[in-house]
Design a protein around this ligand. Structure first.
Ligand code: BJW
Ligand code: ZN
Length: 239
């Protein structure tokens, strides 16, 4: 795959870089993507946008937990891939580096990334449906009910129709406005407001690069499209 001289130079000289990732960055670790490839995620006959929705939390919270418990068991066996590790290396190479992810799998952190802006929450946390107290499920089991108020717990992830964590998008948008170089890696760029970040970066003058084996609605906005897998493309960058 050809990386332009302009992009190589920009990568070598840039001070402020932002990377937005989606499910595709974890695909080479074995995490199924949501869309594309024809294997859309389905749980007991329900498409993921039905089971992963605010309505389903209201209607059948135990079913939502079953689906997320199943996915945590599956994810526990998986490890980061070269794309996660490369992105983790970048954080110490630039004056200001921002990693924004839509992923809830925690693989960026496992690869060593710090201060990850998680737009859609984290599958390894539960939170109280009433008082929002959060509980880690990395090492420990979640309590039956909230230890503060006794109410029900739910996965600490952002489902369709729900608000993003307070401040997360605002911080990501500020970094997008300030960056010189923006990478959009492994996202179908269909889900908003996340998909709006590269548009913000572009509007503020950044050079926007997409890394994806397939074209997306963002491709035409990008200054450069690197058609290929994240784990193969990102290690081609040298600084
Ligand atoms: C590779 C690869 C390799 C493969 N290397 N690449 C404007 C218009 C219309 C609707 C809306 C709008 N603004 C907001 C909305 C509503 C909605 C939305 O955007 N809907 C659209 C579908 C139209 N947004 C929301 O509801 C958001 N909330 C919100 O806006 O709050 C305010 C509000 C409230 C009420 C009403 C209106 C507004 C919240 C969105 C939360 C998304 N949640 C999910 C589920 C999380 C929990 C779970 O996991 O179950 O998050 S949905 C799912 O999609 C998940 C992902 O983070 C998200 C994005 O998917 P992603 O990462 O792009 O993955 P894929 O699978 O789509 O794509 C993978 C890509 O990788 C592909 O392109 C492949 O080619 C590529 N790939 N292998 C590189 N090796
Ligand atoms: Zn509580």
């Amino acid at each position: 795959m050809h990386i332009s001289a302009e992009l190589r130079q920009l990568f070598a000289r840039a001070n402020r870089v932002l990377v937005l990732t989606g499910a595709g960055v974890s695909a080479e670790s074995g995490v199924p993507t949501f869309r594309g490839g024809g294997n859309t995620a389905v749980w007991k006959g329900m498409p993921f946008d039905v089971i992963s929705s605010a309505e389903m939390v209201e209607r059948d919270l135990p079913a939502v937990w079953e689906w997320f418990d199943y996915r945590r068991d599956f994810l526990a066996e998986l490890t980061p891939n070269p794309a996660h590790y490369e992105i983790a290396r970048w954080q110490d190479s630039f004056v200001e580096f921002t990693l924004v992810t839509q992923n809830i799998d925690g693989l960026h952190q496992k690869a060593g990334s710090r201060e990850v802006i998680e737009l859609h929450g984290n599958i390894w946390r539960a939170r109280c449906t009433t008082c929002s107290t959060a509980y880690s499920m990395v090492e420990e089991q979640r309590p039956e009910a909230c230890l503060e108020c006794g109410d029900l717990l739910r996965p600490d992830v952002v489902l369709f129709g729900e608000m993003l964590p307070p401040g997360a998008f605002e911080l990501a948008a500020a970094r997008a406005r300030a960056c010189e170089l923006c990478f959009v890696v492994g996202t179908s760029a269909l889900v908003y407001p996340a998909a709006g970040l590269p548009e913000i970066a572009k509007g503020a003058g950044a050079y926007v690069v997409e890394v994806n084996p397939e074209r997306t609605p963002l491709s035409s906005l990008c200054d450069e499209v690197l058609t290929g897998k994240a784990g193969e493309m990102l290690p081609l960058f040298q600084r």
